[in-house]
Design a protein around this ligand. Structure first.
Ligand code: PLP
Length: 217
């Protein structure tokens, strides 16, 4: 696992160089969801500090007593009844995608007196089964997050359809970010993170290429 991590770091640095971007411009989010601890421990020992998780409960169980010095990001869909736990636990929530969730997050942030950094998820492929705001509604939703709910939108996130060229999806996400003055772009996974870096990703979410295939059994 730590060799795989080293390989990914080299590939990220190469992609940064090819795109004329500074070394270290891109944050590697190691996606540890469903992985057994023996796959994660060597990656932690190798100095990886930023991890992505899909589920609030699973993340709290895995990281609850080990999160010192780490940055934990929620990259899976968030139900409003888990918003309180998510605000308390995560440093970054990447999956803000509807008004009800924005409202509940705003309430929980107020109550907790602390705010995770927030990304809006955009469903660039307009897939029915996928979370995220539709591209045509993104401008209005980002504006509502800011004005109606007082949230700071740090970035945008997308997951392109698995059977399409991801590059146009990454370009669309970047265009929406530029149009709305949003700085960060979470895009690119194990199979396409180099393309995402060329398109301007500021963080990539890499799971299986570091930890091996996930076992959902
Ligand atoms: C699982 C997951 C990843 C990591 O996928 P890999 O293909 O294993 O790199 C990235 N982003 C999200 C939102 C995920 O759910």
């Amino acid at each position: 696992m730590s060799q795989a991590l080293a390989d990914i770091r080299v590939r990220i640095a190469d992609a940064e160089a090819r795109a004329d971007r500074p070394t270290g411009a891109v944050t590697l989010v190691a996606v540890s969801k469903t992985q057994p601890w023996e796959h994660i421990a060597p990656v932690l020992d190798a100095g990886q500090k930023v991890f992505g998780e899909n589920r609030v409960q699973e993340a709290m169980e895995r990281w609850g007593d080990r999160r010192e010095g780490l940055e934990l990001r929620l990259i899976g869909p968030l139900q409003t009844n888990k918003a309180r736990d998510a605000v308390a636990f995560f440093d970054v929530i990447e999956t803000v995608d509807r008004e009800k969730l924005a409202r509940v997050l705003a309430e929980e942030i107020q109550r907790a007196g602390k705010a995770p950094r927030l990304y809006v998820q955009v469903n660039t492929g307009e897939e029915d089964q996928k979370a995220g705001i539709a591209p045509s509604e993104a401008d209005a939703f980002i504006a509502a997050c800011r004005t109606t709910y007082g949230l700071t939108v740090e970035g945008l996130m997308c997951i392109p359809p698995f059977d399409q060229d991801p590059a146009p999806h990454f370009a669309l996400l970047k265009a929406i970010a530029l149009a709305n003055g949003v700085e960060k772009l979470s895009m690119g996974m194990s199979d396409d993170f180099e393309i995402a870096i060329e398109q301007g990703a500021t963080s990539v979410r890499v799971g299986s290429a570091i930890f091996g295939r996930r076992d959902y059994a």
